[in-house]
Design a protein around this ligand. Structure first.
Ligand SMILES: [Zn+2]
Length: 531
């Protein structure tokens, strides 16, 4: 059944235009997987014509299966005076081998005449030819009408002609874009309504937040007949950002009460938002509506139980519905459900009443208090759950290590010494590296590889360091997040310490331990069940 409102996520394309937002190919693949699991209808992966990283993303994404989402490649209409079939940028869109292709074209005569420096008729032909070419190649085509509102305000007849050109050529969705982000909801409503009355294709909306109306304008367009919303998680995007899907998705579900992403996904919204922030290495914005840490914080009194009813009357919705928590009352129940959900994902058959869940929750809260984050450290969380549910010893332990750095002429060299225990055996290794973490990683693997051949497949795909604010008056701490892959799956691990090397070692050890136990987790789970 097709949803009343389609959600089109462009975090990986328009979102990366935002200041400070950069994703590696591995990051993009992990985010795409999470967006798919959440239930986004479309994931725009990038613009293959604009950079090699996006070409690489699509080359790797071909080998992934997405459960629900359809992957889209983004590009522009053909260049002027060149057939679509001979336009290199359009060819790259086909090479991406995505089911959906989104192209943008010009609505505003100012851009046609002065930026493209072509004629109004050639622009119409560029739109029609490109859409037709992509349809002939079996693509679902989303046509993004750039500057749709500014163009319409300048010359409504010409704006309509561009949309009709896309529709006549077979575009499945025509998206009106407020590219400069300066339109008012009243204007959005009037122009969207006019487009709705003259077009039969699905109508989409793409807004920017330049005057703080990105989300409001998208919702206004829905009221006027749009049924496809483009935006980014956490509102990432150029200048002040895009329409934030982390607001749009719950508004569509809870306020407009229209079908969209799977209703079960809403409780994962905060986790998804934090996962993307962690991956981008951006400090989560506490003031984000719905899922920010402050979104449901109350300066409550001391009698928490007594004022609970009063607090609820000051909330537009129960925060747990979007995975958030009320600040004065940490919802024990929501926390438990999250752990149980994670454990079940790993194959452990447990429920809210399983006795160890309380211990796990206490342990996680304690670690979070110390600065750990588990949103993108699924490997470390899995190990924590496994340790709580089984008495199985870890596959190895680091007994000792030593790191030294020396300068040799112009280059500095790091040397790591590690002593590792594997059952009854002990291994002692020395390795050099281009930094302390690299040296440590190399020495650790050298010690373990004889016992665990499968570690030769494991490699680090990303390493992120964040200095955590000290709000408790102690020294600033360092959080290290490591992403690893064995070619089949990817996982994240975390370490926190006052010392960056120690924090890195924790994350490294977790990464290798998770690689060794991840396939056994299901067996252990079965054993727990049998007890
Ligand atoms: Zn945009």
């Amino acid at each position: 059944m097709s949803p009343e409102i389609e959600i089109y996520d462009t975090t990986l394309r328009d979102g990366t235009q935002g200041e400070g937002v950069a994703f590696s190919v591995a990051d993009k693949l992990r985010i795409a997987e999470r967006l798919d699991a959440f239930g986004m209808h479309y994931i725009e992966g990038g613009w293959p014509g604009s950079n090699p990283k996006d070409i690489e993303f699509f080359a790797q994404a071909k080998h992934r299966t997405f459960k629900r989402a359809r992957l889209a490649a983004f590009g522009s209409t053909r260049r002027k005076d060149v057939p679509a079939s001979r336009d290199e940028q359009v060819r790259l869109l086909l090479d991406a081998e995505t089911p959906v292709v989104t192209i943008y074209g010009k609505t505003w005569l100012l851009h046609v005449l002065e930026v493209l420096q072509t004629t109004p008729d050639e622009n119409l032909a560029m739109i029609g030819d490109t859409v037709r070419f992509l349809k002939e190649h079996g693509k679902v085509v989303v046509y993004d009408a750039e500057h749709a509102f500014d163009g319409y305000k300048d010359d409504p007849e010409y704006a309509r002609a561009t949309w009709l050109a896309a529709q006549a050529a077979g575009a499945d969705t025509i998206t009106l874009c407020d590219t400069n982000g300066g339109s008012l909801p009243g204007e959005i409503v009037a122009i969207t309504r006019d487009a709705r009355s003259m077009l039969t294709a699905r109508l989409g909306i793409h807004t920017h937040d330049d005057i703080g109306l990105g989300v409001a304008n998208a919702i206004a367009a829905v009221d006027a007949g749009a049924s496809h919303i483009q935006g980014t998680l956490n509102g990432y995007g150029e200048r002040t950002g895009n329409c934030s899907l982390t607001s749009v998705v719950p508004i569509v579900h809870f306020k407009l009460k229209k079908s969209s992403v799977p209703p079960d996904s809403l409780v994962q919204l905060k986790e998804l938002s934090q996962f993307v922030d962690e991956t981008a290495n951006i400090r989560p914005n506490a003031r984000l509506p719905w899922i920010g840490a402050a979104a449901f914080s109350h300066k409550g009194g001391t009698h928490v139980n007594a004022v609970q009813k009063v607090i609820r009357s000051y909330e537009h919705i129960d925060p747990a519905l979007v995975g958030n928590t009320r600040h004065v009352l940490i919802s024990d129940l929501a926390g438990r459900s999250n752990i149980v959900m994670k454990a079940r994902e790993l194959g452990f058959d447990i429920n809210n009443a399983t006795p160890q869940v309380r211990e796990m929750l206490a342990r996680i809260k304690e670690l979070e208090h110390q600065g750990y984050e588990f949103e993108s450290a699924d490997g470390s969380l899995a190990l924590l759950i496994r340790r709580a549910l089984t008495a199985a010893p870890p596959p190895f332990t680091v007994d000792a290590y030593h790191i030294s750095v020396r300068r040799d002429g112009a280059t500095s060299v790091c040397e790591a010494v590690v002593k590792v225990r594997i059952g009854e055996e002990s291994e002692h290794r020395v390795a050099e590296g281009d930094g302390p973490v690299n040296a440590l990683d190399t020495a650790l693997r050298a010690a373990l590889i004889r016992y665990y051949r499968q570690l030769s497949e494991v490699h680090l795909t990303d390493y992120k360091v964040r200095i955590i604010d000290s709000t408790t008056g102690t020294a600033a701490r360092t959080r290290v997040l490591i992403s690893s892959s064995d070619g089949e799956s990817e996982w994240g691990t975390v370490g926190v310490n006052d010392n960056i090397v120690e924090a890195s070692l924790q994350a490294l050890v977790d990464s290798l331990e998770y690689a060794l136990v991840k396939d056994q987790v299901k067996d252990t789970a079965a054993a727990v069940q049998a007890v």
